[in-house]
Design a protein around this ligand. Structure first.
Ligand SMILES: NC(=O)c1ccc[n+]([C@@H]2O[C@H](COP(=O)([O-])OP(=O)(O)OC[C@H]3O[C@@H](n4cnc5c(N)ncnc54)[C@H](O)[C@@H]3O)[C@@H](O)[C@H]2O)c1
Length: 277
């Protein structure tokens, strides 16, 4: 019997209230009826940390692992060595940095993800976050909630996105959708840095210009949004050195993966004013 192990997050009452929360242990990606019908053993758990976890217990004889980037079961080399039957590791989402890809490759384990599955959500979230930062929304909201009305304190750091240069590091499915959504804001320029050129007239359609050198790219942007995968070549790509290439007072939006940034270096840049937000 084929065994599928799904590491998902607990949704509690929210999963009942919203059956579309498919990534929860309760709703199990809608797989239960399918597995029952086809005689597939399905183990669903959120317990994923440590040697006594359900993940550690079941990975040893699972044929398929499914997990999400929101609550990832880290498929380390050690686990891959133990997972004698594992053939496929599926990411129920986009971004498989929770898998040791080199180890999976050596063992001929297929790593697959649901390409394009939540790209609109992320692109909208990126645009929302850019606006929150550039317009200084957070401090303004906090002031109002706490009963304040000191307009100047907020207005001194609130700007228009119009006339700003916005660049995406990574112009794939998400990065391109961000550019599409930013087009009507009349930014001064939309830039992208990606080792692949956008196909056909895609760049022209959104009015974006490619910058091939990272230093030059970062130095031209008022806002940098990170939309590339986390891998050996991008881990810590935003660090003390690359932050020094940014325009002083630029904004950085990272909805892709935390480890693209060296956390302390970003904190230092925020404290020094090199980054405005
Ligand atoms: N926060 C979330 O909920 C969420 C959801 C989906 C995806 N993501 C993250 O966003 C990433 C991008 O998703 P996508 O669907 O746009 O993927 P995609 O594969 O369509 O696009 C990624 C782009 O990044 C480029 N790229 C890769 N390495 C690069 C490098 N070193 N320098 C410059 N460009 C590089 C690729 O050429 C590609 O164009 C995912 O890998 C994932 O980590 C986050």
């Amino acid at each position: 019997m084929v065994k599928v192990l799904a590491i998902l997050y607990d949704g509690g009452r929210h999963a009942q209230e919203q059956p579309l929360l498919l990534g929860t242990t309760e709703n199990a990606l809608g797989l239960r009826p399918y597995c029952e019908k086809h005689g597939i053993e399905l183990v669903v758990t959120s317990d994923k940390e440590g040697p006594n976890s359900e993940f550690a217990k079941h990975i040893v004889d699972a044929d398929v692992l499914i997990t999400t980037p929101f609550h990832p079961g880290y498929l380390t080399r050690e686990y891959i060595e133990k997972a004698k039957n594992l053939k496929v590791a599926i990411t129920a989402g986009v971004g498989s940095d929770h898998v040791d890809l080199n180890a999976a490759n050596e063992k001929k384990i297929t790593v697959a993800e649901v390409t394009g599955s939540n790209v609109v959500s992320v692109a909208e979230h990126v645009v929302m976050t850019i606006l929150l930062l550039v317009r200084n929304y957070g401090p303004a909201h906090e002031q109002i909630v706490s009963g304040g009305w000191e307009v100047a304190a907020v207005a001194k750091a609130a700007w228009d996105l119009e006339g700003k240069v916005v660049g995406t590091l990574g112009a794939g499915r998400i990065g391109y959708r961000v550019l599409q959504r930013l087009k009507p804001f009349d930014c001064k320029e939309l830039l992208y840095y990606d080792y692949a050129e956008l196909p056909g007239d895609a760049a022209q359609q959104v009015g974006a210009r490619r910058v091939e050198d990272l230093k030059e790219f970062l130095g031209q942007c008022d806002v940098v949004t990170l939309n590339c995968p986390l891998h050996e070549g991008t881990k810590g790509i935003i660090n003390k050195e690359t932050l020094s290439y940014f325009k002083k007072g630029a904004w950085l939006v990272n909805t892709a993966r935390g480890a693209l940034c060296v956390e302390q270096d970003v904190a230092d840049a925020l404290n020094s004013g090199q980054l405005a937000g």
